[in-house]
Design a binder for this molecule. Structure first.
Ligand code: ADP
Ligand code: MG
Length: 263
């Protein structure tokens, strides 16, 4: 069980998350929807331990073990995985090298990695030639998202946070990615927190629960039928104005290891 309790967090001088409560069980899929700027990426980043955020209260546990305060790599070892909204490029490091290090750090067999990478690439239709390149370097937006999904398949985490894994994907890639994640929920009991704007992701990756995030709070939760409804009606019913907020602009790039290099 991934349990997020009363999580409050922000950046210096600004509170972004105002007490988030979520419980994701193994094999469950929870979708988080909400307007731009409501705090969806912040939630994913704070749970994974991205530097630069201040945790103001609450807890994040896997099977009762507290993760807040642990560095990101320890949270990964505890079974947490984050697919970034904007995957970073890592020049000089191949996907296979990165996966070998990650698998070894998790106590797995380094030599199992090449076969696993090839297998996962085939499952999501990622060209093998891409695998020899430096991690994410010169990949299209869609290829990067497939690459994140491939890594999830190789690492087999307990819980995955997917931050708009569907953005930039064409219909075929979207189906392949959604299907792979759905299969992971049965294959190795993956629990999923999927941040998305679109119900089409959720046609293949079937959510058990949909949550609406607005102004750093879960303001509604319901069944899978809510996704199509929200897509049709928007978030006006929640009286939210997140989308109209002026953006304070991006954080300084040099201090931010997860920054979108294209932003
Ligand atoms: P979402 O993913 O729901 O669109 P975010 O979590 O990215 O929203 O952002 C929530 C709010 O917090 C936005 O107003 C955003 O500009 C602000 N924010 C998030 N991260 C930072 C940061 N590192 N520096 C400044 N503002 C930030
Ligand atoms: Mg976001």
């Amino acid at each position: 069980m991934l349990a997020i309790r009363d999580l409050a967090a922000g950046i210096t001088g600004r509170r972004i998350l105002n007490g988030i409560n979520l419980e994701v069980g193994s094999g469950e899929v929870h979708a988080v929807m909400g307007p731009n700027g409501s705090g969806k990426s912040t939630l994913a980043h704070v749970v994974m331990g991205r530097p630069g955020y201040e945790v103001l209260g609450g807890s994040v546990t896997i099977d009762g073990v507290e993760l807040l305060g642990e560095p990101t790599w320890r949270r990964a070892q505890a079974g947490l995985f984050l697919a970034l909204q904007y995957p970073i490029e890592v020049p000089g490091v191949s996907l296979e090298e990165a996966m070998e290090e990650a698998v070894a750090a998790g106590g797995g067999e380094r030599r199992s990695v090449p076969a696993a990478v090839t297998r996962e690439a085939t499952r999501i239709g990622l060209d093998e030639r891409i695998l020899a390149r430096a991690l994410n370097v010169d990949l299209s937006g869609g290829e990067k998202k497939r690459n994140e999904t491939l890594q999830l398949g190789v690492l087999r985490p307990k819980f995955a946070l997917l931050d708009e894994i569907d953005s930039g994907l064409d219909v075929d890639a979207l189906r392949a990615v959604a299907r792979r994640v759905e299969e992971a929920t049965e294959e190795f009991g993956l629990g999923v927190l999927a941040i998305t704007h679109y119900s089409r992701l959720l046609r293949e990756l079937r959510p058990d629960v949909i949550h609406v995030l607005s102004q750093g709070r879960i303001v509604d939760s319901g069944g899978p039928e809510m996704a199509e409804e929200l897509e049709r009606t928007g978030y006006a019913a929640y009286g939210t104005t997140d989308g109209q907020e002026p953006s304070p602009g991006p954080a300084p790039a040099e201090a931010d290891p997860f920054a979108d290099p294209l932003a």
